[in-house]
Design a protein around this ligand. Structure first.
Ligand SMILES: Cc1cc2nc3c(=O)[nH]c(=O)nc-3n(C[C@H](O)[C@H](O)[C@H](O)COP(=O)(O)OP(=O)(O)OC[C@H]3O[C@@H](n4cnc5c(N)ncnc54)[C@H](O)[C@@H]3O)c2cc1C
Length: 551
């Protein structure tokens, strides 16, 4: 296609991670003309980009897969309870082959801008390389954790060694020819950041690095993943009970195979609490967060019991008491930020080659040609790894110049926090749907299941619109206001407001004040889907629908 030719599609899907892949598949099956775009050279999204050693799921593999595709899940064999990135990428590629979707996805192509044309009632997208396409419906599946966040460190460009963000780890040979695998053996390595990624990566680096310096601003509550192989018997049982498992996951708050324990921590005896927490701590996965006392996230006293329990575990596992204290969070309740799941993370600090640098105590001043200068010393390094996370949930949307009616920019509309209806639409941006976006019930969830349930709901809605000759959909003001107010109100009732988690948008104002707005809907998957089902039953209540002739 030349630069001047503009193709038109019923729908465009931006992003070819697990969500976008399934959306393209559903639309192609339903006979819509659909085009997917991704900056990446292949499918997989998160699992395409994040290739650092130790990168893996903390959702059980078998609970994350495409349940919805008979013919795919039954054949696939997960080797581990919590699959690693290579296996997840292989799964995504395998699923793409089975769904036969690559023919409708254009890779190596970022969407730079999207503008709604009031006259033609269509979106016009400009793409990397200078071409454009138009579409009636625009569906974004750009990822909740995909816009990399880089630290603002003076002199970063002067560093003479190798520096990169964890999601841009030098590629393995089949990963897009973007560099050689990284050899860290014997090297002086610095890693900035101790969130979920840092916690997965640090023990891996410590195995071979000559010296490893961990630059920590604030510690997180980390608990053991306890990964292990899945036997063929276990896999067989999972396959046989697959539908039952899916039905169960639909009933749990966040699509993981856990439900809260229906007792309050404050009502238990200390002995009962200790025994219960000990059991959760020794069980694989997120039970300690998601199957814990039902008041964990609303009652500070219960939360403190759990935090004390985990703090004592850290003290037992880290030999140097000074280091142990530095690794214990003091600034946020347990579970108010995502709990990084760890494998030997704390024991890593008992190794002679691992050094914890507390950058609250001795902040980083700058990067020098040789390494990192803190207020105490210059640390010489060969490699600096930026495990600094993502501009979460709204970041990838903000990075596209999205203009709705009257040229209004989406990022400006959300300046003080997202405003949405169902976390899917925004008034003034007709025919745009943000899958797994802000204030959306699939985002604070096991995306493998919740994202795909949302895709199915979306596919039903688009079919309804087509069947009824509707070409224009826009969130109504009142519905949007109620949804947004409810999302913020739910969030305020929890301890989640107290941690600087990636699901909180923190904005410092010029007058020195700070606002903290929820980016996530925390009402749970079942409630969210119930609301969406009601909306559907009522002919898509809360949306203004116009037929082609009225538009
Ligand atoms: C290290 C890590 C571990 C995780 N572990 C879990 C877990 O255990 N359980 C869980 O539920 N979730 C986990 N997540 C969250 C994870 O992102 C989701 O599970 C899921 O992969 C999201 O899928 P997605 O398709 O919605 O988005 P993504 O997989 O993020 O895909 C988005 C795609 O959009 C593309 N894109 C973005 N902007 C543009 C643009 N302008 N133009 C073109 N393409 C664009 C990106 O290149 C990317 O390929 C993890 C995330 C990370 C980073």
């Amino acid at each position: 296609m030349t630069k001047n030719e503009v193709s038109h599609y019923d729908a465009v899907v931006v992003g070819a991670g697990v969500t976008g892949m399934y959306m393209v598949y559903k639309l192609q099956e339903l006979g819509f003309s659909v085009r997917g775009f991704d900056t990446a050279s292949d499918v997989g999204g998160t699992w395409y980009w994040n290739r650092y050693p130790g990168c893996r799921l903390d959702t059980e593999s078998f609970a994350y897969a495409y349940f919805f595709l008979a013919g795919i899940t039954p054949e696939w064999t997960w080797s581990e309870r919590f699959a690693g990135q290579p296996e997840l990428l292989a799964y995504a590629r395998y699923a793409a082959d089975k769904m036969n979707i690559r023919k409708n996805i254009q890779f190596n192509t970022g969407v730079i801008s999207a503008t709604f044309d009031d006259q033609s009632n269509m979106w016009r997208l400009s793409l990397d390389g200078g071409s454009s396409v138009t579409c009636r419906f625009l569906l974004t599946a750009v990822g909740l954790l995909s816009a990399t966040r880089l630290p603002k460190i003076a002199g970063i460009e002067n560093f003479k060694g190798v520096a990169f963000h964890t999601s841009r780890w030098p590629r393995d040979p089949d990963g897009g020819n973007e560099g050689q695998p990284l050899d860290i053996a014997g090297k002086r390595v610095g890693i900035i950041g101790t969130g979920a990624t840092g916690v997965q990566l640090i023990p891996q680096l410590a195995k071979t690095a000559g010296e490893l310096y961990v630059f920590q601003r604030s510690p997180n509550w980390c608990t053991p993943l306890r990964n292990g192989p899945l036997s063929s018997e276990e896999m067989g049982k999972i396959r046989a009970d697959r539908n039952e498992l899916l039905e169960y996951l639909k009933t749990t708050p966040v699509g993981f195979p856990y439900k809260p324990y229906e007792r309050n921590g404050v009502d238990e005896t200390p002995e009962a609490r200790e025994a219960f927490l000990e059991k959760l701590y020794s069980t694989p996965g997120y039970g300690i967060w998601l199957a814990n006392y039902q008041d964990i996230i609303v009652n500070r006293q219960t939360n403190d019991f759990i935090a004390d329990f985990v703090a004592n575990k850290i003290r037992q596992r880290v030999k140097d008491p000074v280091v142990a204290e530095k690794l214990i969070p003091k600034d946020h309740p347990f579970g108010s930020k995502r709990i990084p799941m760890e494998t030997d993370y704390y024991e890593t600090y008992n190794q002679g080659n691992v050094h914890l640098v507390d950058i609250k105590e001795t902040p980083i001043e700058k990067m020098t040609p040789k390494g990192i200068q803190t207020t105490r010393e210059e640390i010489e390094l060969d490699i600096v790894i930026l495990a600094t996370g993502f501009d979460a949930i709204t970041g990838s949307l903000d990075r596209i110049d999205i203009r709705g009616k009257g040229g209004v920019k989406l990022a400006d509309t959300w300046e003080d926090g997202p405003i949405t209806y169902l976390g899917l639409q925004v008034k003034g941006f007709p025919n745009l749907f943000t899958l797994v976006g802000p204030h959306n019930g699939a985002t604070f969830c096991n995306v493998g299941v919740c994202g795909n349930l949302q895709v199915e709901w979306m596919a039903d809605m688009l079919t309804y619109l087509r069947d009824n000759g509707i070409s224009y959909v826009e969130a109504r003001e009142d519905a949007q206001k109620k949804w947004t107010d409810d999302v913020y109100a739910d969030f305020e009732q929890t301890l989640l407001t107290q941690g600087n988690a990636w699901w909180v948008k923190i904005k410092q104002h010029a007058d020195g004040t700070t606002t903290r707005r929820a980016l996530a809907y925390i009402g749970g998957g079942p409630r969210y889907r119930e609301i969406c089902d009601q909306v559907e039953k009522q002919g898509y209540a809360g949306f203004e629908l116009r037929r082609t002739t009225d538009a």
